[in-house]
Design a protein around this ligand. Sequence first.
Ligand code: GAR
Length: 193
Amino acid sequence: MSESFKLVVLASGTGTNLQAILDRLHGREGVEVVGVGSDRPGAKALERARAAGVETAVFPPAEYADRATRDAAMAEWIESRGADLVALAGYMQLLGGEFVARFRHRVINVHPALLPSFPGLDAIGQALEAGAEVTGVTVHFVDEGVDTGPVIVQREVAIPADRDRATLEEAVHAVEHELYPETIRMIARGMTS
Ligand code: GAR
């Protein structure tokens, strides 16, 4: 009855969201991170995965003829890991239509804004520049667009009165680090119980 819920995480950068998933979820309540993939061989996220004893794989754009070929290689690897869900955690490459169709409703992303507001790069800076008083965090299903798929959950973060970027970043990341593992846990329960 207790087949584990298998998660693959894709990350391009620092990997603090990956770390939150590893610390709060991995090896608990039947959830297992079975692989961490990246487009960047030097991504700190890969070090975090190795430190946790999780298998890693790298798919650098320069090594593939085009995005579809690279996505296909990544899809094969994800399936070979037996993944139930793919979580993007600061994965900064667009996923092509074939990949999205193959894993529809099985790929989720975390974004540091209340989508559809402030999609794309530097969402925190965009919110500050727009004069917003509230921003937040969104977890959503991934489709072919940039931060456009159906929303699963959102949590607000108030923008500090002094509009200090470092303070806001810290607040947004703290919410991400709670909300993303919580949401994955919720999906895992729904799919395994
Ligand atoms: C996170 O803030 C994540 O929400 C954002 O990249 C950061 C990665 O940080 N993702 C996007 O903006 C997606 N459009 P991390 O590598 O420390 O987890």
